[in-house]
Write a protein that binds this ligand. Structure first.
Ligand SMILES: Nc1ncnc2c1ncn2[C@@H]1O[C@H](COP(=O)(O)OP(=O)(O)O)[C@@H](O)[C@H]1O
Ligand SMILES: [Mg+2]
Length: 226
């Protein structure tokens, strides 16, 4: 089965306001879909419905053909990595233990976890000495790299990324974009990536969607007038 995430006529209200408006969408396994849209258009809400943080008022969301409303949510979230704009790390844990938190929690052995962290350090080209540091000893770019490593730690099949590079300077952002593309190709993951940066959406997305006032559309290519 090739379908990974499916929205079927999903609508979400906050109070009287329709935030997500009758969205239907299908994402295949291995796609990197970017979603563009102005602030307040419902992008984050759409993402939160995929891993069950927020429930739709009507319609259904399926992850690998499992209805999110009916499945075991803890199990589901283990298969989904989540990265937000400002990664929040546990301040009392060093970086190693921040990255290995979920693998430890779900009972993966110490030696396997250690190997996994080592692989992630290589994959994200992190300096090994960083693993002993604490989050207040990291730059914004380093924190986001750790956020990605942590989200990848339990080997998820899906990554939900909510403007993960939005607070970074252009140079760091470009480097992390390149790394994400490399990791995506290497791991053959499905990535749902929100941004409000058109060039980022175009650089990363194998498909670009646009969200506007809760309505989702395929991005129509710009028409050349000349
Ligand atoms: N928990 C909530 N309660 C009430 N309103 C909310 C809540 N979360 C988001 N909203 C509102 O829903 C709208 C869409 O929010 P959001 O999905 O975060 O948009 P985006 O990510 O596109 O900026 C905004 O108007 C926001 O204020
Ligand atoms: Mg948002």
């Amino acid at each position: 089965m090739n379908q990974c995430i499916r929205f079927e006529k999903v609508t979400k209200y906050y109070g009287e306001k329709k935030i997500v408006d009758d969205v239907s969408l299908s994402i295949d396994k291995g796609e990197l879909v970017t979603v563009l849209g102005p602030s307040g258009s419902g992008k984050t809400t759409m993402l939160k419905m995929i891993n069950g943080i927020v429930q739709p008022d009507s319609g259904s969301i399926y992850v690998y053909d499992q209805d999110v409303a009916k499945c075991d949510i803890v199990n589901l979230r283990r298969r989904i990595g989540y990265v937000v704009q400002e990664t929040v790390l546990f301040p009392h844990l060093d970086i190693y233990h921040n990255i290995s938190y979920v693998p430890s929690l779900i009972g993966i052995s110490k030696s396997k976890t250690k190997r996994r962290v080592r692989d992630l350090v290589d994959m994200l080209q992190l300096d090994k000495s960083m693993l002993k540091r604490y989050c207040d000893e990291l730059s914004g770019g380093e924190k986001q790299r750790i956020g990605i490593a942590r989200a990848l730690a339990a080997s998820p099949e899906i990554m939900l990324m909510d403007e993960p590079f939005g607070a970074l300077d252009p140079e760091t952002r470009a480097i992390l974009q390149d790394e994400l593309l490399r990791i995506w190709k290497e791991l053959n993951m499905t990535i749902f990536f929100i941004t409000h940066d058109v060039s980022e959406a175009e650089k990363l997305g194998s498909r670009i969607l646009v969200m506007n006032e809760g309505v989702l559309e395929d991005k129509v290519p710009a028409i050349c007038v000349d």
